[in-house]
Design a protein around this ligand. Structure first.
Ligand code: F6P
Length: 371
């Protein structure tokens, strides 16, 4: 954390990094308008830090002016008008060696130089855990910046919630509502896989709100026989169908994560646990099962009013923070306030679902099984 009190700002940049989340455009709008109100110029960096690392690939040199007109009418739009990337981490940038192998190179100095070259006085970087790690290094190298936390997974520590999560949960809940009637009509087991990476927040919240019968989350490795018990218990009561929500990061007791791929310069990609769970249920119980993977649908669409408001508050708070002289901090929701926490305190620690939390207890009281 650094202090830049009384060091004036004339020009700032905004970048969005990592997987997109509904609400990013609302942050961009709030930050841009708040900056214009103070008489600052605002530029957007395209495609995460790619715009600054490879300006030659863009007709406009990797930056676009975020005028009042450019940020008009974008609050309700999903995605990010700046583009984003969760590949090519600049701290471990994959470069091809002449012998065909890949070397991971730290390109953070180039980013700092790039911003200086464009006379950018401060940066607002919107992103998740990966972006926080990059921001921390850039801040240590003297770049004046404030981070805005973003992820649909809700797994960032030090903030009550991140925008994007509520939209994802709302969509998953609606999907569960829709799946109930078809599952009931056919007497099937419907397995619904949701994103969330190594935390079970989306599965838990949508599973409870959407009346799932079983919720499998990474925080509680499951026993498939307990899932079968639940299906049988429901059948004894005359319910021939069961809805199982499984977080992509869930794993069986003593078992491993289900990973789609590992690629240099990016986090491993999870997915496929829904199919595994469904296959096991069918093999053990003989029940007809179907799998629905909600995947990237959870990241799309218009942000809910809660996410818009959180994102707008974060964007405006980031500008107020810069004006007050903060640097190397992340804005965080600590209801009813938005506060500033040192990036180092926020990064590296994942916020997992506490198995003794009220919402888990509520789920158990409702008869929901965690396997
Ligand atoms: O962090 C957001 C997230 O959507 C995770 O829930 C998911 O594991 C990952 O990103 C998917 O990333 P990609 O867009 O690279 O498939």
């Amino acid at each position: 954390m650094a202090t830049y009190k009384n060091i004036p700002i004339k020009k700032i940049a905004i970048s969005t990094g990592g997987g997109d989340a509904p609400g990013l455009n609302a942050v961009i709008r709030a930050a841009a308008l708040s900056a214009h109100t103070r008489g600052w110029d605002v530029y957007g960096v395209l495609d995460g830090f790619h715009g600054i690392l490879s300006p030659e690939e863009y007709p406009n040199g990797g930056f676009i002016p975020l005028t009042r007109e450019r940020v008009s009418g974008i609050t309700h739009l999903g995605g990010t008008i700046l583009g984003t990337s969760n590949r090519n981490n600049p701290l471990k940038y994959p470069m091809l060696r002449p012998d065909g192998t890949i070397e991971e190179v730290d390109r953070s100095d180039e980013i700092v130089r790039g911003f200086r070259l464009h006379h950018i006085d401060a940066l607002i970087t919107v992103g998740g855990d990966g972006s926080l790690a990059i921001a921390s290094v850039l801040a240590q190298k003297g770049l004046r910046l404030i981070s805005v936390p973003k992820t649909i997974d809700n797994d960032l520590d030090k903030t009550e919630v991140t925008f994007g999560f509520d939209t994802a949960v709302g969509f998953a809940t609606e999907a569960l509502d829709r799946l109930h009637s078809t599952a009931a009509s056919h007497g099937r087991v419907m397995v619904v896989e949701v994103m969330g990476r190594y935390a079970g927040w989306i599965a838990l919240h949508s599973g409870v709100a959407g009346s799932a019968d079983v919720i499998l989350i990474p925080e509680h490795p499951y026993d498939i026989h307990k899932v079968i018990e639940k299906i049988k218990e429901r059948e004894m009561r005359g319910n021939k169908f069961t809805i199982v929500v499984v977080a992509e990061g869930a794993s069986p007791k003593g078992g491993a994560l289900t990973v789609v791929e590992h690629e240099a310069g990016r986090a491993e990609r999870l997915g496929g646990i829904g199919e595994k769970v469904a296959a096991e249920i069918h093999a053990i119980s003989g029940k007809e099962t179907r799998v629905v993977v909600l995947g990237h649908l959870l990241r799309g669409g218009s942000p809910t009013s809660f996410d818009r408001l959180t994102a707008l508050r974060f964007g405006a708070a980031a500008i107020r923070g810069l004006e007050e002289g903060y640097g190397g901090v992340m804005v965080a929701l600590d209801p009813p306030h938005v506060k500033y926490v040192p990036i180092e305190e926020a990064m590296g620690k994942m916020k997992m679902v506490p198995m003794d939390s009220d919402i888990v207890l509520t789920a158990r009281d409702l008869g929901i099984s965690f396997g």
